[in-house]
Design a protein around this ligand. Structure first.
Ligand SMILES: Nc1ncnc2c1ncn2[C@@H]1O[C@H](COP(=O)(O)OP(=O)(O)OP(=O)(O)O)[C@@H](O)[C@H]1O
Ligand SMILES: [Mg+2]
Length: 315
């Protein structure tokens, strides 16, 4: 069954085309990742699917209900944690959970049970009575997730759930998200800037850039389809930028990373051999040679325009 269906959605803000004809679907029970650089249109898409904004054109169906025409029904089905948390700093975690559950129609008794259960599950019991303004980033993110689950939605929508977390907290949140998907069979739609995160958590991913879909598939498919490896090495006795220019002149897809050369290669065996010959001709030695299979990060860099991924535009 299809949990989320996005059909030819466009969104313009004045002259900015945030989304240009985006179509995809998320199956029930699937973990789906939206990836893209800053300004790609991820949050815009999340807000439209969550009924918080209307598209300029196109349609979104959530569990078969139109997000535009039947927002009330859609909101019952989805739990949403946006990129900027909207939690009132002067309320306690417990109060926020109780209020949210009541807003969605729970009785006082049901709301208390639900709040207790969620605080336990997200390790917030100890801080449940504290003002949210005093929470650490990790606690706030866990509370965000708990609030999104307060009315037991089938579909959980998370905009950059792990941004700003340290590695320990990020991994702990990964475990929680995995358990939502695997133990509770929730449908998960999440955005992330961290490609290893999509690799670890998502069944399928969609790359968007400047409001356009640039690729869609399983993380494994994408890596395989891109079909290139990265050859990395350094050379003694020569300036790296000279060597990079020299190799580009010999039609290698070459970039400098500090003093190391990185070459994207569809045919690493042949290219390593060819590089060896060129280096020998220049009386240079390759050092620290590594050949690594493509990672999702490489796919990302390859698919999105260079200036964007380096953060120059569209911030
Ligand atoms: N309310 C708005 N008014 C005008 N422009 C907007 C508005 N919201 C988003 N945009 C523009 O739409 C484009 C997409 O923004 P969006 O926030 O969806 O990107 P994003 O992929 O979530 O980026 P990030 O990774 O930085 O969160 C950007 O060019 C942004 O400036
Ligand atoms: Mg965003």
């Amino acid at each position: 069954m299809t949990a989320i269906q996005v059909d030819h959605v466009k969104k313009a803000y004045g002259t900015v085309q945030a989304l240009a004809d985006v179509s995809f679907h998320v199956n029930s029970g699937e973990s789906f990742g939206l990836l893209g650089p800053n300004g790609a249109g991820k949050s815009t898409l999340i807000r439209i699917i969550s009924t918080l904004e209307s598209p300029t054109a196109g349609e979104v169906l959530v569990s078969g209900h139109s997000a535009a025409k039947d927002a009330h029904r859609v909101r019952q089905k989805i739990g949403v944690a946006l990129q900027e948390t909207g939690l009132d700093p002067l309320m306690t975690g417990r109060e926020i959970l109780l209020l949210t559950a009541r807003l969605f129609g729970s009785t006082a008794h049901q709301a208390r049970n639900r709040a207790d259960f969620l605080m336990e599950r997200f390790q917030l019991t100890d801080v449940a009575g504290r003002h949210v303004g005093t929470y650490s980033g990790g606690m706030r993110r866990r509370l965000d997730l708990a609030v999104a689950l307060a009315h037991e939605p089938d579909i959980v929508i998370l905009d950059e759930p792990t941004t700003g977390l340290d590695p320990t907290n990020r991994l702990a949140l990964w475990d929680l998200l995995r358990s939502l998907s695997q133990d509770d069979h929730k449908t998960l739609l999440m955005t992330t800037q961290y490609l290893e995160e999509a690799d670890a958590l998502c069944d399928r991913v969609l790359f968007i850039d400047h409001g356009h879909i640039v690729a869609e598939g399983t993380p494994r498919d994408l890596k395989r389809e891109m079909g290139y490896s990265v050859i990395r090495f350094s050379a003694a006795g020569t300036a790296p930028d000279w060597l990079a220019a020299y190799l580009i002149g010999h039609r290698f897809d070459c970039e400098l990373d500090g003093a190391s050369i990185e070459i994207y290669s569809a045919n690493p065996e042949e290219d390593v051999f060819r590089l060896g010959e060129l280096m020998k001709a220049e009386r240079l030695t390759m050092q620290n040679l590594e050949v690594r299979p493509p990672s999702l990060d490489d796919v990302f860099l390859h698919l999105t325009s260079g200036e964007n991924t380096k953060g120059a535009a569209n911030l």
